[in-house]
Every structure is written in structure tokens, then in C-alpha cells.
Write a protein that binds this ligand. Sequence first.
Ligand code: GLU
Length: 443
Amino acid sequence: MRSPIPDFLDETLNRHRSDRSGENADYIPDLAAADPEKLGICISTLDGVEYTSGDSEFEFSIQSMSKPFIYGLALEQAGLPAVLDMVGVEPSGEKFNELSLDKKSGKPLNPMINAGALAIHSLLGEDGSSLAERTEIARSGLSRFAGRELRVDESTAAGEWEAAYRNIAIANMLRSYDVFLDDPDDVVQGYIAQCSVLVTVKDLAIMAATLAGGGLNPITGEQVLSPRVNRQVLAVMMTCGMYDAAGDWMTEIGIPAKSGVSGGVFGVMPGQVGIATFSPRLDRHGTSVRGAKIFRDLSNRLSLHIMDAPEPARSIIRRDRRFVGNNGEMVRICSLQGLIQWSGSENVIRAMDDPATSTNVFILDLRRVNEINGVARKMLTEALSRLKEDGIRVVLMDPEDMMKCKGPDSALPDVKILDSLKSVKGLKRVRNDRRREMADRSV
Ligand code: GLU
């Protein structure tokens, strides 16, 4: 079979190809001269499969899309408290290059606006690292997200440095408030080099998929960011990534994203995919016009809005049946399915706690469960111990060891573990009278 996904991407690009609104960024000569007709997209899955359409191999400078990744690297290097001490996490609602600091703390508001990103760049490496050292840390760090060696485009960097008055002003403001003690020109040049790293939409989609996969690069298998740092990066991206359009973007499109003045946009659907688009003409917020429209399309057509909640917890219980054994014992088999998180475990515990059911043996059947997260495992472990304390015999059907203790505080009570239901064959099914009663009443 030929996958329908590339065709879907071709159609999506074609729907927006004729839109020529917006303008290339003009303050960096290489961006002003970029071919405005270029249009590309890549979606990367969490196991590294890339679906592409259009100019997916075309290289462009990463610009502001470097900010979340470098923020992550700085967090890994310096730790959350030190980074938070220097740069806040509040959305500014301002333009990317606003000369602004938090009025009370004197800190940049967040790491996605230039004031914050310049401060974050100054954290790379040891205290007093040179411009060349920081540039290399940024380049090699971005490469780890992409899963290949990226390079700095010297021509883009030189062009931006020629007209970097605004960023130099911001860096001097930061220096005057002692946000950093480095030479402001060096920090700006390093930051510009960071912004001038060349990527394709394929690189960006892999970088986005790394964030979508909790910091794990789907190609190299490297854990580039720890899950905690990764979450921090995504949360900041979601609230601050689109500058003064952040609210519109999150409500309408709902995919945490970051844009760059080169015309790239990447988006992260946690646990699902990384997406990247490229098209140079920008809207008044500095975001690619066609990129934003394509993201809107994907959000609607693929139901990718982050607030579209996943399957509700009530479908966790696949079947809950009661049987009578030969010796008159009441056996209850509760079969679960899918992904069990906190709310799902609450649902199961509520069913276990049913006062109307007298149970002698409780069998928890996990054969159709795909995953139990740590919190749900803890909750269920505790509930099973309590059932045991109540004198109920607990049996676990867990051929894939989903409930096996993975931490010191979640030791499973001493329960019988079965691989199949063979040993309970021959039990006589008891109709759920209570449920029937309720159904009768509703007729
Ligand atoms: N290098 C650009 C700047 O700082 C990046 C801006 C952007 O992509 O939004 O001016």
C-alpha cells in the first residue's frame, strides 16, 4: 500500500501555494534575498519516520527557532534554579526584539524574546567562555537535537551583525543591569551565530520530535534533554513561543510552536509528532504566513489541538464481570485496556470499591493495557494492598509485568500472578443484577 500521508501533505501545501501575502524579513540581507516561493513541510514521528512534501531539503537559518533548544541546553548545564534566577517564564505579549525587562526583578521576562535569549546564550559554557566556545556549544548542541552535524552560515551571521543595533542595545541594557557580566558585543555575536545555524524542515521536524518524545532524539536515540527540562522548554514555548500572537496561536491552532524570521515554524505535539514548515513571507508578528495557515489546517484536519483531550478515562475498564466458583466463592474479573494514567486509575479504584459487590477473589486483568504510568501504578498497587487487607484474594493477570515495582515506594503486594484465564475456566457467570436493575428503572 502507498501511504496516504505524503499525498495529504502535498494537498495541504498546494492549498496554500498561491498565497503570496506577507513579506520576507528585510533586516538581514540573506533573508531579504531568499526565494519567497519556497515551501516545504516535514512531519516526524517519535520513531523517526519523516513524511515530507515540497522543499524539504532546502537549508535556511534557524533564527529564533534556536531559542527553545538553547534554553534546554542551558537548563541542563546550569540547572533550573540558576536559569530561573536569570530569566523569567512570563509571557510578555511583546514583539521579539522589545527592549524590556521585568519592572520588579530587572530580569528578562522569558527566554523566547531576544532579551531572554541573549541572557540564556551568555550562560553557555563556563563563566567567561569565549565567543568561539559559545558558538561551538550552540552549534553542536543544536546538532544533537537534529541528529546530524549542522553548520553556521557565516554570510547570514555577518549580514545580521552589520545591522544588529537593536540586539546590541538589548545586550547593553542587560549588561548595565548586571544580568550578565560578559562583553555585550560578544554575547550578540554568539547569539547571531546561534541564529545562523542552517537547518532544513527535516532537521527541524526531528528536533521537534525530540521535544515531543520527552527529550529523546528519535534518530540517534540520545536523551538530549531530561524529561523535566524538556517539560520546562515546552511549557515556555507554549506560553511565550509566538510572542505577541501567543494567545491567538494557542487558542486557534493549539500546537506549541516556535517561529523564526527566516520563515520556518516548528510545532511539537507531546507524545505524538514533531512538525516543521518553511515559507519565507512573514506576517506582522514575524511568523511565516503560509506556515501559520498550514499549521491551522493540520490542527483542524488531524485534530492536533493540544486541548483536544485524549480518550476519556471511562473507557479504561473494558469488562467487569462476576463469577461464582465451585465452592461458592465470588470471583470478579476486572479487565482494563489502553493507557492508564491517574484519572484512569481513579476509575478502576472506584470500581474496586463497589460496596454492592461482595467479592472473595479479585482478578485484575491487564492483558490489553498498553501502558501504566508511574502514578497510576502506585495508585493501583496501594488499592490492591487494601483489597488484600480487607480479606479479598487478589490475582493479577499481567504477562508483560506492567505492575512490576519500578520504584522503592511502589512494591506490589504479594499477589498471585496469572498469565491466562485458563485456571478460572468453568466459573459460572453472574449477571450484573445491579446494572440490570438500573437499566430496568430507566426504561
Ligand atoms: N536573529 C533574529 C533576531 O534576533 C531572530 C529573530 C526571529 O527569528 O524572530 O533579530
